[in-house]
Design a protein around this ligand. Structure first.
Ligand SMILES: Nc1ncnc2c1ncn2[C@@H]1O[C@H](COP(=O)(O)OP(=O)(O)OP(=O)(O)O)[C@@H](O)[C@H]1O
Length: 662
């Protein structure tokens, strides 16, 4: 037996011990559910304790199968730590057999190097059979890095293998291979917001999800109680990333699109581009504010008289006006403002009444509060409002609230051609829902999440950013994006401005430029587009030296597509055939029956996804299809993990043409 075999045998037996301990931990929790429900002092305690234990038992049972550790640290002080996705111990007080990758002692696993060993003698990486469910015999390799040997410049074969592994199915966690610059972001100060400007494939999404898991581990009370939300650009993306948090042991985290998060109604119609542009513009915040508060009458003309038996208590108009404007200045949410005016009126009436007739009890105050005359006054001077009613007013007659804030053309763009009979029958567009959310937020403050991770944040409009800002008033944000991948008409060109809309001005922007998805040959090709994207971001680089770009000039596009897909299928992994939206049906027809590994996708839905082999059909059509077509093409090219094929019948966009170079 070689010394490597011996070490592997030892590690396998440690894995067996971990497996046995994990089974015991799960059994213990299930047992505690039973006793926990019986022993607690009161029924309510038993309920709370039982709930807590049941959730833990469920969480333990739902642990996805897999290897129980992926690394090991041997420290100068003689301590040895195995590192895995969750802590495993014989019993709660025993030293752990496996420490959680998020624990402070695990940090050195990701950060220590020969130049800065951080008390570590040796880092060991374990190699498991692909997609292992955690059977001990799947532990097939290990690799040691001695940090005391000076800088050997040695590249880890296991790490390279993991990064270059063919992709199938949904995104996987990267707990075993997080890189130092990524780890800094994952573990950065939780109360502070953070913005990551990352070139394609640098691991922004992975960093955001691992940071979410880290925050839940480090601040379970604060973050769990107030909630954590992950926002992604579309549902396909959400299902692609859905497995990552559960595989890190974090279940039940809300992952949604912003549209889902704010949906008060179904989207029934579409805006034309001119209307959508105006509705997503930051000035709409002013328009809506004006429309809502335009309903408040700051100078009531008449005195208020509240009948009380045979008597009337009176407040003069001037005093009413002073109350209304004082509350306006305090700027509470609109609905709170109405109730505050009511409370101040009652207080003023009470003072008057007590001056005349002595103390008035709480019952009297309640009666006055609900008096018809008081409510009638409020209905005139601070009427109730619903977002739908106010927005319908704006879209029926935009000039009323938006005059001087919008140009005549902009007013015309958002004006309803045929207003509905009532706001209740209005058919709302996606942008209208953003505006309704703004109004709802002015009327009543929404609950704040503890932390929100926002992916592809460059694509959000100012009004969408404000919807997120409202939900993180008392929480923090992890903002992930790439200005070069901005494809919406309102995509950000500058992070400082976007962060201001997100309610977190001055948040530090940290660049990531080293890519783990796209091989260097493909990054170099995509970088040729960068100068024309107007994004001013640093160019991407790649750790990957593999990869291949091929260009097929086809005399007949259909035949070219068939040939490129056939060539792609000769290698392992997924094949994404991506083309302009209007060509999708025709292309899908050509590759029908090519099997499950091939997906045909419109260019507009591939953001955030990746395929081993990407076949781009007619790049020029992707560029021509929309205003930010070049940005779209940049996104499409950078979806490739190993190989990229360009198939074209029309001329290639100039910057991609191998004959014109850059
Ligand atoms: N440290 C790492 N170890 C292994 N794989 C990694 C690492 N970092 C990133 N990856 C992999 O690289 C790919 C790209 O990561 P991710 O999707 O998070 O990047 P991104 O910056 O969000 O990309 P894009 O903006 O292009 O969508 C994923 O498959 C991810 O698992």
């Amino acid at each position: 037996m070689t010394s490597l075999d011996l070490e592997l045998a030892r590690e396998r037996s440690h894995h067996d011990a971990c497996r046995a301990a994990l089974i015991r931990m799960t059994e213990d929790v299930v047992e505690q559910v039973v006793t926990g429900e019986d022993v607690a002092a009161s029924g309510a305690d038993a309920e709370a304790l039982g709930y807590h234990l049941r959730s833990r038992a469920k969480e333990m049972r739902e642990q996805p199968p897999g290897p129980l550790f992926f690394g090991r640290l041997d420290r100068e002080d003689g301590q040895i730590h195995h590192i895995g996705r969750r802590r495993i111990a014989e019993h709660p007080a025993a030293p752990p057999l496996v420490v959680d990758w998020r624990a402070p002692v695990s940090r050195a696993y990701y950060q220590a190097g020969a130049h800065d060993p951080q008390g570590v003698l040796r880092r060991r990486r374990f190699g498991w059979a692909p997609n292992s469910a955690g059977a001990t015999e799947d532990l097939t390799a290990l690799e040691d890095e001695n940090l005391t040997d000076g800088d050997t410049g040695q590249v880890s074969a296991l790490l390279t293998g993991e990064i270059e592994r063919p992709r199938v199915g949904p995104m996987r966690d990267i707990a075993a291979t997080i890189q130092p610059e990524q780890d800094d972001l994952v573990r950065s100060e939780p109360a502070a917001s953070l913005c990551v400007q990352g070139a394609p494939g640098t691991g922004k999404t992975a960093v955001g999800l691992h940071r979410a898991a880290y925050l839940l581990y480090t601040h379970p009370q604060r973050i769990r109680r107030s909630g954590l939300l992950v926002l992604g650009p579309h549902r396909a993306f959400l299902s692609y990333i859905a497995e990552v948090l559960p595989s890190l042991g974090e279940t039940g985290i809300r992952q949604a699109t912003l549209d889902d998060e704010i949906a008060r109604h179904p989207v029934r119609v579409e805006d034309d581009e001119a209307a959508a542009l105006v509705k997503h513009d930051a000035r709409m915040a002013g328009v809506l504010h004006r429309a809502l508060y335009g309903r408040v009458d700051p100078a009531p003309a008449e005195d208020l008289a509240v009948p009380d038996g045979s008597y009337h208590w009176r407040l003069p108009a001037a005093q009413l006006a002073a109350i209304v404007s004082a509350v306006r200045e305090e700027a509470p949410p609109y609905a709170t403002g109405r109730e505050r005016v009511r409370a101040r009126i009652v207080r003023a009436l009470q003072l008057r009444a007590e001056r005349r007739s002595g103390p008035m009890g709480a019952a009297w105050a309640r009666r006055v509060e609900r008096a018809r005359a008081v409510t009638a006054f409020l209905d005139r001077c601070w009427p109730k409002a619903t977002p739908e009613e106010v927005l319908a007013g704006v879209l029926t007659d935009p000039a009323g609230a938006a005059d001087l804030l919008l140009t005549a053309d902009e007013l015309a763009a958002i004006r309803w051609a045929r207003p509905p009979r009532s706001y209740r029958s209005a058919r709302w567009t996606a942008a209208d829902l953003v505006l309704l959310d703004e109004l709802a937020g002015l009327i009543e403050r929404p609950e704040s999440y503890g932390h929100v991770v926002v992916d592809e944040a460059q694509d959000l409009s100012p009004m969408q950013c404000r919807a997120i800002a409202r939900r993180t008033e008392f929480g923090s944000l992890t903002v992930l994006g790439d200005l070069a991948q901005g494809t919406t008409p309102w995509a950000a060109r500058d992070w400082d401005e976007q962060l201001e809309h997100l309610g977190k001005p001055g948040t530090p922007v940290v660049p990531l430029t080293l890519g783990y998805r796209v091989p260097a040959a493909i990054v170099d090709l995509a970088n040729r587009l960068l100068p024309r994207l107007g994004a001013g971001v640093p160019a991407g680089r790649s750790v990957r030296r593999d990869g291949e770009v091929t260009v097929h000039r086809a005399t007949e596009l259909a035949a070219g597509v068939r040939e490129a897909v056939r060539a792609a299928l000769a290698a392992e992994g997924s094949v994404g055939v991506v083309t302009a939206d209007h060509l999708v049906d025709a292309v899908a027809e050509e590759v029908k029956g090519c099997g499950e590994r091939v997906s045909v996708l419109p260019a507009t839905v591939v953001k955030g996804l990746e395929f081993d082999h990407v076949v781009v059909v007619e790049p020029a059509a992707i560029v021509a299809a929309e205003a930010r077509g070049l940005n779209r093409l940049y996104v499409v090219l950078t979806r490739a993990v190993s190989r990229l094929a360009l198939v074209h019948e029309a001329e290639l966009p100039e910057c991609l043409d191998p004959r014109t170079g850059r």
